[in-house]
Design a protein around this ligand. Structure first.
Ligand code: NG6
Ligand code: CA
Length: 511
């Protein structure tokens, strides 16, 4: 009898628990969704399995595509990192602010007084974090790496930050967590210079025998962890990162952040190091591809995406989280280190069917893998060929949240949420792509503005920059490979596109 009573009681308790769980889930789903942007570095259109990669598998990203919407014509705003990140976070074209690839000692590029995507989300009750590669400058110039480093992510809207300050190939080669270098020993202060060798560590030029990989001249300065970098760095021995640990360290921070924010909406900007140079994935991924370090880094990138998906599922957050995977610019093989990316490529096509890649005004400079998942809200396993730009994410998320932008916010960002979620056919009326030349795409045509000169370091590389001193016009609708410049035969169309470009350049484009 006693046992029966206990059993009945237990059943009651279980039923009550289930009820409250159900209530929680319904509540969570109807409240503001979490937003995660996983921003790969230099991952090209063809570098993901579901986009046609060969020689490497990306089961997690493929799974994301099976559960979400995959875009075939979505673009970052620039063919290099800093300008793309600037636009993503500010909803403004980077050329308005002369944003270009930054050295590791550059001051904060984003003016703390302007609107940013994370600030807008903070206003809407979100906890915000950036974890991973920053490359948007820190401090006000002449940063003292041994003190609190401000302004930085905190001043532009991130509650939490854990950064690789610039890039993996630039000093300082230390993590910065919430304004402070991690593991810094005050008795071993850090100095860096991009001008002169202030370091007592050897350089790549002096001691090539110490290197894991040979490097070009720009990447042959201070050696840290067997890899020569751009720039010189002294001190900070305890704080130095191990490149092989990036994926584990960053996903560890990501998992912590998600786990600490299960009860309120959060925005996470997870900026992967992969697959940027130097490519030194963890030993778990070495040999996972047939392409050497570049392919193995793709496998590691995929693992990072899988970790996020796993954590979301474990915490019961997958349903109420918008998860966007994309990249900051197109692919590059040789970007300064000899990691055999070219030799071992096989039949893999990093740019997919498109021309160009990182640094290029041709399509693959900015047309990047882009997948968005929001279970129940965004169709699963579908594709969209709509033209979209990352500069629109700011306004599109504002639209989703019913937040009206003020006059000065996100000056070039269009409200395209219905297209991002796959419920509308409307696309961007035109697209601006920024490389060392600019391009304007409209109605199936693409205009590449005349440009004078690529930087010297780029001119020496075998890269199709798409630059020419004459204007170029391609009929993309019929010539997706950008093979024939038809500018001369279509002077009227060219003139129209040029006047549109002049208008865009002159001022904010948001209606
Ligand atoms: C270039 C570097 C390249 C890479 C790039 C930035 C040289 C020769 N090349 O200047 O290796 O660091 O900057 O890449 O120095 S990005 O993805 O952050 O834009
Ligand atoms: Ca990049």
């Amino acid at each position: 009898m006693k046992t029966l009573l206990k059993l009945i009681l237990l059943l009651f308790v279980l039923a009550a628990c289930q009820h409250s769980n159900q209530e929680r889930v319904t509540e969570a789903v109807t409240s503001k969704p979490n937003i995660i942007i996983i921003y790969a570095d230099d991952a090209g259109y063809g570098d993901v399995g579901v986009y046609g990669a060969r020689g490497v598998e990306t089961p997690n990203i493929d799974q994301l595509a099976a559960e979400g919407l995959l875009f075939t014509d979505a673009h970052c705003t620039a063919a290099t990192c800093t300008p793309s990140r600037y636009s993503l976070l500010t909803g403004s074209y980077a050329f308005r602010h002369n944003a270009a690839i930054l050295p590791g000692d550059a001051p904060l590029l984003i003016d703390p007084d302007i609107g940013t995507l994370p600030k807008m989300l903070q206003k809407n009750g979100y906890q915000t974090a950036v974890i991973g590669k920053w490359h948007l400058g820190l401090g006000r110039g002449e940063v003292n790496w041994n003190e609190k480093i401000t302004p930085g992510p905190a001043e532009i809207g991130f509650d939490y930050s854990f950064l690789l300050p610039a890039t993996g190939d630039r000093v300082p080669t230390v993590y910065v967590e919430n304004q402070e270098v991690v593991n810094l020993d005050p008795d071993d202060p850090i100095t860096i210079s991009y001008e002169e060798n202030i370091s007592d560590r050897p350089t790549g030029l002096e001691r090539p025998d110490l290197l894991k990989m040979k490097a070009d001249t720009q990447h042959s300065q201070t050696i840290v962890n067997g890899i020569s970098r751009i720039g010189y760095m002294k001190g900070g021995e305890e704080a130095l990162w191990k490149d092989e640990a990036f994926a584990d360290v960053l996903t560890g921070k990501v998992n912590d952040f998600i786990s600490q924010n299960t009860e309120q909406p959060f925005f996470l900007y997870f900026a992967l190091h992969d697959i940027h140079v130097p490519r030194v994935p963890n030993e778990r991924f070495v040999g996972k591809s047939t392409m050497g370090p570049r392919g193995d880094a793709i496998a590691q990138m995929d693992w990072c995406v899988g970790e996020v998906m796993k954590t979301l599922a474990e915490k019961g957050l997958a349903e109420n989280t918008i998860l966007l995977f994309t990249s900051d610019n197109g692919p590059v093989l040789d970007d300064g280190y000899d990691d055999q990316a070219e030799e071992l490529l096989g039949d893999h096509q990093p740019s997919g069917e498109f021309k160009g890649g990182k640094y290029s005004a041709f399509e693959a400079g900015t047309r990047v893998p882009t997948i968005i998942r929001w279970p129940g809200e965004i169709p699963a396993g579908e594709r969209s060929d709509r033209l979209l730009s990352q500069v629109d994410l700011y306004h599109s998320f504002a639209e989703l949240l019913g937040y009206a932008l003020n006059e000065k916010e996100a000056p070039d960002s269009f409200a395209m949420w219905d297209t991002w979620k796959g419920s509308a056919e409307e696309e961007r009326p035109y697209l601006v792509e920024e490389a060392f030349a600019f391009t304007v795409r409209k109605d199936g045509w693409k205009y590449i503005t005349p440009a004078t000169k690529a930087p010297d370091w780029l001119a020496n590389k075998d890269i199709e920059t798409g630059m020419s001193t004459s204007p170029q016009l391609y009929h993309l609708a019929e010539d997706i490979q950008e093979t024939e410049n038809v500018a001369e035969a279509n002077s009227e169309r060219l003139a129209k596109l040029d006047s549109l470009w002049q208008e865009i350049k002159a001022g904010p484009t948001r209606q």
